[in-house]
Design a protein. Structure first.
Length: 652
């Protein structure tokens, strides 16, 4: 049998249906079930021993049962299927995830399910996600034998917006072979939405929780421990009502009014289980819940809500202190070496610090809250966050080790700031490649194509698609192949305002190509930095060293007249025509279109009619029908080993 993938889409009135129950059945040999995701899709992988019929049943709540079937056939020719992907984020944090602001290299795996070898395979990657920009959408593949899985010779390249949230990014893969057969596949890759340094929140009221890594927000707190426990040299006062107790509470007055969710409070309820409530205590248990949830503590500030046991050792342990820091206009509560219930080795030490809003103003007038974590031993079962009086609004930083997408793990030395101040600079710039040009007029044959033995100038065009200016941008070019040497690796791009483009035409990168290159596809990365080195990113492009354009022997040219291409430049339609010598009736003619990097973007099936008086027309689209951007392209004619090319200019 052959491994197959069946992707089922469930919709109702054109909208995707989530959590529909899908069952597939093939004879008595295959029986699989699954639930559709938020996009209405579910995929099945199976191995059918022989051709036959696969039956599909869809059921669900408030859905009429639906039945259908598909035929499972074997293919004796070429049949390409997508089987998976490999992600490389080494230009980012190299954690294997799709994080905000990263440039991703993606290799799509293609398997030939047919019996014949697939030749001239190339694939195009597409997405309609506005938070993703694909900067290199075409990948070429070697010949793929029957049953063989192959990755592309070069990766697809895309960049992710710094603003992206957690969601699956949908992709479409269009595969094509030398016979112009087309196969399509769809897949999704989840983005983390984390690591963006944007802070957690806001909640419906406007609260954020910033940790000490959220430096881009301008509101990141700094961990600074001010010891108040007498055992550590402090002058704090013990709270006896909850010290040496289990599941106990007490209410204390505050030295200043503290607005929280727009309501003024002058007292605070303290619980031995690692949380406090504004006004007074209403709850005393350690059975922490998610936020927001009704039925638990109200007006909640939870630095470390868990089941603690502060009863005297050896069963429990720990103390709770308070200190009115009048010099710095703040009120400090410290939980010192408190033990987890039934887990004697684990102790936690942390502080909740209420800041006097008169001295620490916020846009809403609400008080700010600092949380300092001196010792974190076991944060896997706690709740951290805030919740209002109605228990319907709040921010959950973490619940039972499930963190907010923009939260960093609780560790010793962590600091949190809870405030209604929005990020000062919520999102960094987002610079992407929008194009590049190759100039070989000084070090080559002046045809604009990277070829062996040439020295080329590389001008890179970039655009700032973010929402903040990036200034003083410099670039450093790096390579991944011995087939090229970088002569001048540094360049300047100047200031790039929001929505603007810039290039390094005043001082382009210089690259020397080996006369006998080992690799014809060379990956280049560009390290960009700006804003006094506070912004930096990596970009990636593929340079194709073109070794096939040109005429092998001068004597061959005598069999042909000029390749006729007009009008040139063109906007809507280009006519391609030539007159032949003696061989066109015996050998079909192939016509291909390459971009300036040497990448094949359009091909016409080999035939003999191209040599007639009408020729063929090209409308400036690629093999998928997508309009190509303005620029220089090369039309290449191939016939029985003869190759000839002409440069054309597309105007939009």
């Amino acid at each position: 049998g052959i491994e197959e993938t069946l992707r089922v889409s469930v919709q109702y009135q054109g909208a995707p249906v989530e959590s529909a129950y899908v069952c597939i059945m093939f004879d008595t040999l295959i029986y699989q079930t699954g639930w559709t995701n938020s996009s209405g899709f579910v995929s099945f992988i199976f191995n059918a021993p022989n051709p036959g019929v696969m039956y599909i049943t869809v059921t669900g709540r408030n859905l009429y049962p639906f039945e259908d079937s598909v035929n499972i056939n074997y293919y004796h020719n070429v049949r390409l299927v997508y089987t998976g992907y490999t992600v490389n984020d080494s230009l980012g944090n190299n954690n294997g995830n799709l994080d905000p602001g990263e440039t991703i290299l993606l290799w799509a795996k293609i398997k030939n399910m047919g019996a014949s070898t697939a030749q001239g395979v190339r694939a195009i990657l597409r997405t309609d996600d506005t938070m993703v920009v694909i900067t290199d959408s075409i990948s070429s593949y070697p010949n793929i034998g029957s049953g063989i899985i192959s990755q592309g010779l070069n990766p697809f390249v895309f960049t992710i917006s710094p603003k992206i949230s957690v969601h699956p990014i949908p992709f479409e893969l269009i595969m094509r072979d030398a016979n112009d057969s087309i196969w399509t596949a769809h897949f999704e890759i989840m983005t983390t939405g984390s690591g963006g340094n944007n802070g957690s929140g806001p909640d419906p009221y406007g609260y954020y929780i910033y940790d000490d890594t959220d430096t881009l927000t301008g509101n990141a707190p700094v961990y600074s421990w001010f010891e108040i426990a007498p055992s550590g040299g402090g002058t704090g006062i013990i709270i006896p009502e909850i010290t040496d107790s289990d599941d106990d509470t007490v209410t204390y007055p505050l030295p200043f009014n503290f607005p929280f969710y727009g309501i003024n409070y002058n007292a605070i309820g303290l619980c031995s289980n690692g949380f406090i409530e504004l006004s007074s205590s209403t709850y005393r248990f350690g059975d922490n819940t998610q936020i927001p949830t009704t039925g638990g503590p109200k007006r909640l500030i939870a630095p470390f809500w868990d089941d603690f046991d502060l009863s005297p050792p050896p069963v429990g342990g720990g103390d709770v202190y308070y200190y009115n820091d009048t010099a710095n206009h703040r009120y400090i509560i410290e939980y010192k070496d408190i033990r987890h219930y039934g887990m004697i080795p684990w102790t936690e030490t942390f502080q909740v610090i209420l800041l006097d809003p008169i001295y620490y103003p916020t846009p809403t007038g609400d008080g700010e809250i600092l949380i300092m974590y001196n010792t974190v031993s076991n944060p896997n079962s706690c709740t951290t966050g805030i919740e209002d009086e109605t228990e319907t609004r709040g921010i959950q930083y973490v619940y039972n080790n499930s963190y907010n997408p923009d939260a960093e793990p609780l560790i010793s030395g962590r600091a949190l700031l809870i405030t209604t101040k929005p990020p000062v600079n919520q999102h960094p710039p987002w610079v992407i490649i929008v194009g590049y040009t190759v100039d070989d007029s000084s070090g080559g044959n002046n045809n604009g194509i990277p070829e062996p033995g040439e020295v080329i100038s590389l001008v890179l065009s970039v655009e700032n698609t973010g929402d903040t200016l990036v200034s003083g941008v410099t670039g450093i070019l790096r390579k991944n192949s011995s087939s090229v040497a970088i002569i001048d690796s540094t360049s300047d791009f100047g200031n790039i305002p929001v929505g603007s483009t810039s290039d390094n035409s005043s001082n382009p990168f210089l690259i020397a190509i080996d006369s006998v290159p080992v690799d014809t596809i060379v990956g280049l990365s560009v390290y960009l930095s700006g804003n006094n080195n506070n912004y930096h990113t990596y970009l990636y492009l593929t340079l194709c060293i073109h070794t096939i354009i040109g005429i092998k022997e001068k004597s061959e040219e005598s069999n042909y007249t000029e390749l006729q291409i007009y009008p040139n430049p063109f906007k809507e339609k280009l006519i391609i025509r030539y007159r032949d010598g003696v061989s066109s009736s015996q050998y079909p003619v192939g016509i291909k279109v390459y971009d300036v990097s040497g990448r094949l973007v359009k091909s016409f099936l080999p035939n003999t009619y191209y040599c007639g008086p009408g020729g063929i027309s090209w409308d400036g689209t690629d093999d998928t029908g997508r309009k190509l951007s303005s620029g220089v392209y090369f039309i290449q004619l191939e016939n029985d080993g003869f190759k000839k090319s002409e440069k054309v200019i597309l105007l939009r």
